[in-house]
Design a protein around this ligand. Structure first.
Ligand SMILES: CC(C)NC(=O)[C@H](Cc1c[nH]c2ccccc12)NC(=O)[C@H](CCCC/N=C(/NCCC(=O)O)S[C@H]1O[C@H](COP(=O)(O)OP(=O)(O)OC[C@H]2O[C@@H](n3cnc4c(N)ncnc43)[C@H](O)[C@@H]2O)[C@@H](O)[C@H]1O)NC(=O)OCc1ccccc1
Length: 231
């Protein structure tokens, strides 16, 4: 049985990582266009670097929760194909895996990038980046390059789409956990899984606008509903 799991901000909410769509549409007080687009970065790199520096620093104050651990545990004992695709840029899935089953392979794709990585704008080289980035941060990899967050901004192509699409084509079970299904191409994965004949389940605090696209819905806080569902 080939399993593909998609997660979003809802799986990290109970760890204290804010989800996206605050009531005012602002994202932590910022217009999304201003802080999560290549145009925003070109217009005001200091604002964007500071936005991601703050989020990167706050990773130190949060821990994986029971939902992250339940998925890491499932990955360790699943004997079929297993791929976890997250839209989250935090490292809580990674940390849960390191806690629960460090010796086991863990097929995890951060399709929208990672806060703890930075990329050279000239060479494309990606490096681990635990610290802050300056507004105009010279790249150690290329004389003309600058370091930017290794994050997929709106209008940019998500990471490892070929691997994701290949897994969806042979998927038997698709789980969508803690995501509103507002952002593409992730929001379209359920359709691809259905086309492959997979059973599709939405696990979320409440039904999302795309709930009708799923065979089944399991609703409630992820830390409460996911462990028993995956047991
Ligand atoms: C706004 C939207 C309409 N716009 C898009 O989708 C755009 C444009 C677009 C492309 N195709 C389209 C088709 C139609 C319309 C528009 C488009 N997409 C793009 O630009 C993408 C790039 C998008 C990526 C942008 N970067 C992010 N993140 C990184 C940044 C950063 O993090 O700083 S997106 C970001 O927002 C999204 C937020 O969604 P969620 O994670 O779901 O969070 P949200 O707050 O919305 O919902 C949380 C849910 O959890 C639930 N919940 C809360 N608490 C709990 C709880 N305790 N337990 C359980 N559930 C809970 C809530 O009820 C809620 O349902 C995530 O994807 C997240 O990563 N690029 C692209 O399309 O390139 C071309 C392409 C495509 C395919 C192949 C080749 C080329």
């Amino acid at each position: 049985m080939n399993l593909v799991v998609l997660t979003g901000a809802g799986v990290s909410a109970e760890s204290g990582v804010p989800t996206f769509r605050a009531s005012d549409g602002l994202w932590e007080g910022h217009r999304i266009e201003a802080v999560a687009t290549p145009e925003g970065f070109a217009a005001d790199p200091a604002l964007v670097q500071d936005f991601y520096n703050q989020r990167r620093r706050r990773l130190g104050d949060v821990q994986p929760n029971a939902a992250h651990r339940a998925l890491a545990d499932l990955a360790a004992r699943w004997d079929g194909g297993f791929l976890l695709v997250t839209q989250n840029v935090d490292d809580l899935h990674d940390r849960a895996h390191a806690e629960v089953a460090p010796a086991k392979r863990f097929e995890l794709i951060h399709m929208h990038g990672e806060l703890l990585k930075a990329r050279c704008t000239a060479s494309g080289v990606v490096s681990d980046w635990p610290g802050d980035l300056l507004a105009d941060h010279p790249s150690p990899h290329h004389p003309g390059g600058r370091m930017r967050p290794h994050i997929v901004w709106f209008g940019e192509i998500p990471l490892e789409m070929e691997r994701i699409e290949a897994a969806l084509e042979r998927c038997d079970l698709f789980l969508s956990i803690g995501t509103s299904g507002a952002v593409y191409p992730a929001a379209g994965f359920v359709q691809s899984a259905r086309m492959a004949g997979a059973r599709t389940v939405e696990i979320n605090l409440e039904p999302t606008p795309g709930a009708r696209l799923f065979d089944e819905g399991v609703y409630g806080p992820a830390t409460q509903v996911l462990p028993p569902f995956l047991a």
